[in-house]
Design a protein around this ligand. Structure first.
Ligand code: NAD
Length: 260
């Protein structure tokens, strides 16, 4: 059964990690895709991965910075121009930012992380929800984090922005349920993507492999999540299988956020 036949799905951060894995997953279930990223090369690699997994899939790529309003308008316009509608929106682009104690974090880094991780998510919601409301249907998944529901440490900008994403999700979900639109968030734990690899280099530049090994020992599963394990949950939330799921924040973390 192709849950996404003729469904148009827009994915930000589509050039790597969770965005790419979700694009591949949805394409194999029949979706038409618009992939957005700042990285042109990442987008090209994602489009190639999609085509390899699902040769018939229709996919466009748009280079855009989600923190810039005109870029957001442009990626929405490009999607509508090609496909005429937006059925699902994976509002996912994000950065980790530099790790530091709050007193050393710096306001410029705080603003940079917020620009992408919170302002970017808001701008995407603002522009896409207008389209979905006119359609009378749509499903949105915002990418929060375990850092959006728990303190992590050394990540003031990231944790504040991701808590903000949870707030935006609940607020918009309450507003838009009446229009046939669902808005949920995912809260991934440690998923092995380029972002987490980079994080381990920040934790221990001399021995990132050792840092990675130690970091995951607190997880009940003793392993990192894999991007396709996020993609399958996002696919569920963007599908009709999740028709009565709204305003949920779904941890995908091997149980880590439940641990004392
Ligand atoms: P990733 O670095 O592999 O992918 C992120 C993508 O976002 C990259 O392709 C990057 O170029 C793009 N991007 C960055 N800034 C952008 C901008 N201004 N405009 C457009 N695109 C931009 O990381 P990932 O692990 O796939 O992360 C995806 C999302 O998942 C992020 O929001 C991240 O915070 C969140 N997340 C990841 C983890 C994890 O463990 N990997 C855990 C919790 C949350």
């Amino acid at each position: 059964m192709d849950r996404f036949s003729d469904r148009v799905i827009l994915i930000t951060g589509g050039g790597s990690g969770l965005g790419r894995a979700t694009a591949v997953r949805l394409a194999t279930e029949g979706a038409k895709l618009a992939l957005v990223d700042v990285s042109e090369q990442g987008l090209a690699e994602s489009a190639a991965a999609v085509t390899e997994a699902a040769p018939q899939a229709e996919v466009i790529t748009v280079v855009a910075d989600v923190s810039e309003e005109t870029d957001v308008e442009a990626y929405v316009a490009a999607t509508l121009e090609r496909f005429g509608r937006i059925d699902g929106f994976f509002n996912n682009a994000g950065i980790e930012g530099r790790q530091n104690l709050t007193e050393d974090f710096t306001v410029s880094e705080f603003d940079r992380v917020h620009g992408i991780n919170l302002r970017g998510v808001f701008l995407g919601l603002e522009k896409v929800l207008k389209v979905m409301r006119e359609q009378g249907s749509g499903r949105v998944v915002n990418t929060a984090s375990v850092g959006g529901i728990r303190g992590v440490g050394n990540q003031s900008g990231y944790a504040a922005a991701k808590h903000g994403v949870v707030g935006l999700t609940r607020n918009s979900a309450v507003e838009y349920g009446q229009y046939g639109i669902s808005i949920n968030a995912i809260a991934p734990g440690a998923i092995w993507t380029p972002m987490v690899e980079n994080s381990m280099r920040q934790l221990d530049p001399e021995n990132p492999e050792g840092a990675a090994e130690q970091f995951i020992q607190v997880n009940p599963t003793k392993r990192y999540g894999r991007a396709p394990e996020i993609a399958s949950v996002v696919a569920f939330l963007l599908s009709d299988d999740a028709s009565y799921v709204n305003a949920a924040v779904v941890p995908i973390d091997g149980g880590q956020s439940a641990k004392y």
